[in-house]
Write a protein that binds this ligand. Structure first.
Ligand code: SGN
Ligand code: CA
Length: 505
């Protein structure tokens, strides 16, 4: 009798646990540089809410993307597959094929309530979600267009990050509470053209930011870096990017500006008109002009990051108030890294650390020890498998990422990461692929520039000393090429294989 009682009790406990599938919240920001997150050691600003995820969970210090650009990164997250497998290789011609499988479809099929709210940027309409409420295209900072199944395309007034958070909370309030949920929140911040919420405008105006050591990089020995068009000095536009227009009519025609209500426009002008006057009084040129642009860029960018962090705080707070934090896996990831003046750049795309590495944090009470800092190689590719693992759903065999949950039992290893970037247009970054190991990075540029680059990350953390062609490294290069080839085979990237085997003309 006694034994049967215990067995029944155990069985009942097991059932309660088995039913208690975790909720999942994945927050994906846009172009949010780890160099600006205090949990990553940034001195540029404080990000208390992202830092909270680090304190209560894990900070991945070696998280990488497979293809450093928005749409492709989101497609990788959804499918758990590299761009050449999910078909969304670039932001130029790709349209996401929503008929293919995704971790969301697997979750919806297994009884989860699933939603994507905010920036989506995959061209086609989301498939397999219980609900979607997405920004049209890149969205706008003020009064952005949203698309839902019921309302189609419509404007939502206000600052986009706040609006997305309000929509998130509305959905959470009204959701079917008999089901576990998986919610993806897509924030537009901190994407170009960095227009802050009014309450954050000017927050950093009294700060003078140090120039990164490579701000005046001469790109010696790096052909692809020489031809890029993402330099703060040459390519960042005074009017469009930094809001110091000298032509009032051009300003009125600007996409972001003309969406504003007269009241919003007045607040915007009150702030930027002063900056314009100050700029024109200075008559800057050469390095002084480049540095002035850098300072303005930093100030606006960081101000948009403040709003991002604040709204992440609101999401976490919602989970607290509704007693959801114990049973919810929270993930924060930026779709890729971003240059904050390193090499003189803004934007992303390159396999160099600032854009290849991304901010990635995770909180999962009971599974992840609070305050964990991980140096293991992880990727955006792993999110789908990780979430499915947490939800107790079988990970489809053709997903190329891996669940990260074994990492918290010291049962996860990855020695190298494979990268492949395809886009050829805006910012003129040559397509390339490569491998990163703990110490080295080997890159093969093709199409616009045909060259190899090798970096010893231990000796050269800024990646300015291309060692390819240096005889001392011949054996190292042969070894890395062998490893790269193995990864190309493992991930079945046939385009990369063709180029890999082609001698450089
Ligand atoms: C836009 C931006 C680019 C940016 C891409 C990709 N130009 O085209 O600067 O690199 O998006 O960004 S803009 O003038 O339209 O702002 S991503 O976040 O979608 O990958
Ligand atoms: Ca992006």
């Amino acid at each position: 009798m006694k034994r049967t009682g215990i067995i029944l009790l155990l069985l009942a406990t097991f059932c309660v646990h088995a039913q208690k599938k975790p909720n999942i919240v994945i927050i994906i920001s846009d172009d949010h540089a780890y160099q600006t997150i205090s949990a990553y050691g940034s001195k540029l600003m404080n990000t208390p809410n992202i830092d909270r995820i680090a304190k209560e969970g894990v900070l991945f210090n070696k998280a990488f993307v497979t293809n450093s650009i928005c749409g492709p990164s989101r497609a990788v997250i959804l499918t758990g597959k590299y761009s050449h497998k999910n078909g969304f290789k670039d932001n130029e011609n790709s349209v996401f094929d929503g008929n293919q499988n995704s971790f969301i479809k697997e979750l919806t099929r297994s009884g989860y309530n699933t939603a994507w709210i905010g920036k989506w940027h995959l061209e086609s309409i989301p498939q397999g979600f219980s609900y979607y409420n997405i920004l049209q295209g890149q969205g706008w900072y003020y009064n952005s267009d949203f698309i839902t199944e019921k309302e189609g395309k419509h404007v939502k007034m206000g600052y986009v990050t706040n609006v997305v958070e309000e929509e998130v909370e509305k959905w959470l309030d009204e959701r079917d509470t008999t089901k576990p949920f998986c919610l993806i929140i897509g924030h537009k911040n901190t994407h170009r053209v960095w227009i802050p919420d009014f309450r954050d405008m000017g927050e950093f105006d009294d700060r003078e930011f140090p120039l990164p050591p490579t701000f005046y990089d001469d790109y010696k020995g790096r052909e692809a870096a020489k031809i890029q068009e993402m330099s703060i000095d040459k390519d960042m536009i005074l009017g469009y990017d930094l809001k110091v227009w000298d032509d009032k009519e051009a300003e009125d025609r600007d996409g972001s500006v003309k969406r504003m209500t007269p009241e919003q426009r007045a607040q915007y002008d009150a702030y930027y008109d002063k900056i314009k006057r100050d700029f024109h009084s200075k008559n800057l040129s050469g390095r002084a002009l480049a540095e002035w642009k850098f300072q303005r860029y930093m100030k606006d960018y960081l101000a948009t990051a403040r709003s991002l962090d604040r709204n992440i705080g609101r999401t976490l707070n919602y989970l607290d108030i509704h007693k959801l934090n114990e049973n919810t896996l929270v993930i924060y990831i930026s779709d890729q890294g971003f240059y904050m003046g390193e090499h003189g750049w803004f934007d992303k795309r390159f396999m160099y650390e600032e854009s290849f590495k991304t901010a990635f944090l995770m909180r999962y009470p009971g599974v992840i020890k609070p305050g964990t800092v991980s140096e293991t190689f992880v990727m955006n590719l792993d999110i789908g498998p990780t979430v499915l693992d947490a939800a107790g759903v079988k990970i489809p065999g053709d997903m190329q990422g891996r669940s990260l949950l074994p990492l918290f039992k010291n049962k996860f290893r990855r020695d190298a990461v494979f990268y492949h970037y395809y886009e050829k247009g805006e910012h003129n970054v040559s397509p390339h692929f490569g491998i990163r190991t703990k110490r080295y990075k080997l890159i093969r540029f093709y199409d616009k520039v045909n060259s190899w680059e090798l970096y010893d990350l231990k000796k050269d953390k800024w990646e300015i000393n291309n060692l390819y062609g240096n005889k001392k490294y011949s054996r190292k290069i042969a070894g890395l090429k062998h490893k790269l080839k193995n990864l190309i085979i493992e991930y079945d990237d046939q385009d990369a294989m063709k180029i890999f085997e082609m001698p450089i003309p």
